[in-house]
Design a protein around this ligand. Structure first.
Ligand code: AMP
Length: 282
């Protein structure tokens, strides 16, 4: 695996690859890698000639500075995992290579209503930061396919919207990949490392609640079903940001639902200090 730290260097190297007709599969990450990330790498290896992973803890997408400070960094283990997974190229830039003009900006991406709900509401500015880093990374890598996890469902929708906003020369296709889970159902996440043993035992309840809620929606009215499961999470010690039913495409909240409608249950809750998100298509 070749490791690049400089933006120009990776850009030139990948331009040569494209010139030779090779397709590029790209997996952007913030590191602290787990099997969920590696599943994306595997998809990139299967789908494209050249697999590229980036590890960059993006300061502009953290609305909470403490969350940024505490974000786990495990570079040496990450490099070993990527080598074992057969990744071709790792991009490991310092902040100055991604933001050469500094972190301040006046530019905003027109994400419409997508950034006002859910993660956008509870983490103001988060998706603008995601778009900034993705815009920069996409212009450097210019991938054929961009592999991202449905674990971050709203992020997938935002990045799809970003791809529509970016110049036409960029012909990247987003490939959303299924959420990888631990054997007890907890969605894999770099943040799970910060759970203490008691919290780690409690955390799978999030996915249990999503599944129970999905089943109950078949016979019940959404508002009361959702309220029942919100209460269940609170009673078990979670601090809830949201548990909601939304249209699977535009993520607008749904008050009514029938089984013909593509919808998604979205959940964000604190387990102790650690904020976890999960979702389930219904
Ligand atoms: P992160 O490092 O958390 O920014 O995640 C990098 C990429 O991995 C994003 O596209 C995430 O959606 C994806 N990802 C994170 N956790 C999982 C998971 N459990 N299953 C599948 N993809 C995931």
């Amino acid at each position: 695996m070749t490791i690049f730290h400089e933006a120009n260097a990776i850009h030139t190297w990948l331009a040569n690859q494209r010139g030779e007709g090779r397709s590029i599969g790209f997996v952007p990450t913030m590191g602290a890698l787990h099997a969920g990330h590696l599943a994306l790498v595997e998809a990139a290896r299967e789908g494209d000639d050249c697999s590229v992973v980036s590890i960059f803890v993006n300061p502009t997408q953290f609305n909470d500075p403490a969350d940024y400070e505490k974000y786990p960094v495990t570079i040496e283990a990450d490099i070993r995992m990527l080598e074992e997974a057969g990744c071709d190229l790792l991009f490991l830039p310092p902040v100055t290579e991604i933001y050469p003009d500094g972190l301040e900006t006046n530019h905003t991406y027109d994400l419409g209503a997508l950034e006002l709900e859910w993660e956008g509401r509870y983490r103001p500015g988060h998706f603008q930061g995601v778009c900034r880093v993705m815009d920069r990374l996409l212009s450097l890598v210019q991938p054929t396919h961009l592999y991202m996890g449905l674990k971050d469902y709203q992020q997938c929708m935002v990045v799809q919207r970003l791809l529509e906003l970016l110049p036409e020369q960029l012909t990247t296709t987003l490939v959303p990949c299924p959420t990888r889970r631990e054997s007890d159902g907890l969605a894999m996440s770099s943040r799970n490392r910060r759970l203490d043993p008691a919290q780690r035992t409690l955390a799978p309840l999030l996915y249990e609640v999503l599944q129970e809620c999905r089943n109950s929606l078949r016979n019940g009215e959404p508002a009361s079903v959702l309220q029942q499961y919100r209460q269940k999470l609170v009673d078990n010690g979670f601090r809830l940001d949201y548990l909601a039913l939304a249209n699977a495409r535009d993520l607008q909240e749904l008050d009514n639902w029938n089984e013909q409608q593509a919808a998604v249950l979205l959940l964000a809750a604190f387990c102790g200090e650690v904020r976890l998100i999960d979702n389930l298509i219904v």
